[in-house]
Design a protein. Structure first.
Length: 452
């Protein structure tokens, strides 16, 4: 596939304007030519008059007869090239012939009787036109007669083109130049905002430089393009911010556990506690999974056709988390009054969020106590209630922020689990909150919007 070559908008507009100007000039010229076409007899008359003037101007002084004929026909070779089409005659003040062609084809009956008047013209009987005009040559009156039976030399065409050039092209030329000059400047000034936008865009070098372009002074068509570009830039900025936050999360979360594992290996050497090392590596694996889940939650988009049954989903999660609860000595239960609570959402993402909340509740519930998962309809809600220490009221808003680890009694983890839950719920246009349970523990609620 051939890539399109770069092109200049200003040059293309200038070319279009030049083309339009040329087309207008040609159309006007054609209209004038058509107008002259209706005045062909008059134009033919002018042709022979102009030719008689040219002959009178070129008659040499002090010469007569054949010498005059030779000079005239040398300067006007159309009489030699087309003798059957053009003829001329020079008369003195008494009407006597001084010089000229043989006049074999001329219709002399059309000539005025006696000494011709100072100017006359008449159509030829065989077509064409004949005319005569009196001039003063060397102080003497002379009468030049020209006959044009046809026009193989194109005198009539030249006359029409001359009229068009004189009355159309020449008057329009300066106006066309001024139009092109002013339109070029107007185009350049109109396109100046594009140059400003390009300068703004070229300043973007890193995340801090990503800001909306200012379309001030730009036309509406360009403003729409800039608004679309600003939307894309905002999306890029948000994406870059999320990637930056992910890297910060990863470095912040992995730095300390890796340092602990490294220090333990250096200090214990061959006497390292394998079980403890295995637990720390397992914590690192879990932390890595949380980091990946956090990144996926940032990019989560919900298909409007996706459906999830909260009752079925919660039952499966509770079943899969039962071994963890048994190991911790916690009674994990499930309760619902309905068999189907359908919402619009991503089933896997909701399951991950629920697992985070259940795991968090199990970890912070003392052995012998209970954790209950309850699904209700109207509104569509999943509630996770534990009998642990609960969440202080002052911490109930900040607990869903990144790296918030106040509820982790042993200080382990990266504090990403609850922030992942909030981001998943935000993607579903729902909400997650925490309140005090009836037994003094914590109650986390995931509330989803109704299916439209």
């Amino acid at each position: 596939m051939v890539e399109p070559k770069p092109w200049s908008l200003a040059r293309r507009l200038n070319r279009y304007i030049l083309l339009a100007t040329v087309l207008i000039t040609l159309l006007v010229s054609g209209a004038v030519a058509i107008h002259y076409g209706y005045d062909v007899p008059e134009l033919r008359q002018r042709t022979v008059f102009d030719l008689s003037k040219a002959i009178a101007k070129d008659i040499p002084a002090g010469k007569t007869g054949a010498a005059i004929e030779a000079d005239v026909e040398a300067r006007h070779d159309l009489f030699l090239k087309h003798p059957e089409a053009y003829e001329w005659l020079l008369l003195d003040e008494r009407g006597n012939i001084i010089s000229g062609t043989d006049f074999q084809n001329a219709d002399r009956s059309r000539f005025p009787p006696g000494l011709p008047p100072s100017e006359w013209s008449a159509p030829c009987s065989h077509g064409g036109w004949e005319a005569g005009k009196t001039f003063e040559i060397d102080g003497k009156l002379r009468h030049v007669i020209v006959v044009a039976h046809s026009d193989p030399a194109g005198l009539l065409t030249g006359l029409v083109l001359g009229e068009v050039a004189m009355h159309i092209v020449l008057p329009l030329a300066p106006f066309a130049f001024l139009i092109l000059l002013f339109t070029s400047r107007i185009i350049n000034r109109t396109l100046q905002p594009l140059g400003s936008l390009a300068t703004q865009a070229m300043r973007v070098r890193n995340l801090e430089d990503v800001r909306p372009l200012d379309p001030k002074g730009a036309p509406v068509e360009v403003t729409e393009l800039v608004n679309a570009l600003n939307t894309a830039l905002e999306g890029l900025r948000v994406s870059m911010t999320k990637e930056k936050d992910f890297l910060l999360d990863a470095s912040h979360a992995l730095r300390t556990p890796l340092a602990v594992v490294k220090a333990r290996l250096e200090l214990d050497g061959n006497m390292v506690d394998r079980q403890q090392l295995s637990d720390e590596i397992e914590a690192l694996i879990r932390l890595t999974s949380q980091l990946l889940a956090s990144a996926n939650a940032e990019r989560l988009t919900i298909n409007t056709d996706a459906r999830a049954n909260l009752a079925e989903l919660a039952r499966e999660v509770v079943s899969s988390m039962a071994p963890l609860a048994i190991q911790a000595g916690v009674d994990l239960g499930y309760s619902t009054a309905v068999e189907k609570v359908e919402i619009c959402g991503d089933r896997d993402a909701i399951a991950h969020a629920l697992r985070n909340l259940v795991e968090n509740a199990v970890r912070h519930t003392p052995p012998g106590k209970a954790v209950t998962v309850e699904v209700t309809d109207k509104p569509s809600t999943i509630a996770i209630t534990d009998e642990g220490p609960g969440v202080p009221e002052v911490r109930r808003d900040t607990i869903f922020e990144r790296h918030s680890r106040d509820r982790f009694v042993n200080g382990s983890g990266a504090g990403l689990g609850l922030s992942i839950v909030r981001r998943i719920m935000t993607a579903h246009k729902g909400q997650v909150d925490v309140s005090k349970a009836c037994d003094g523990g914590a109650c986390f609620r995931m509330t989803f919007p109704r299916v439209s």
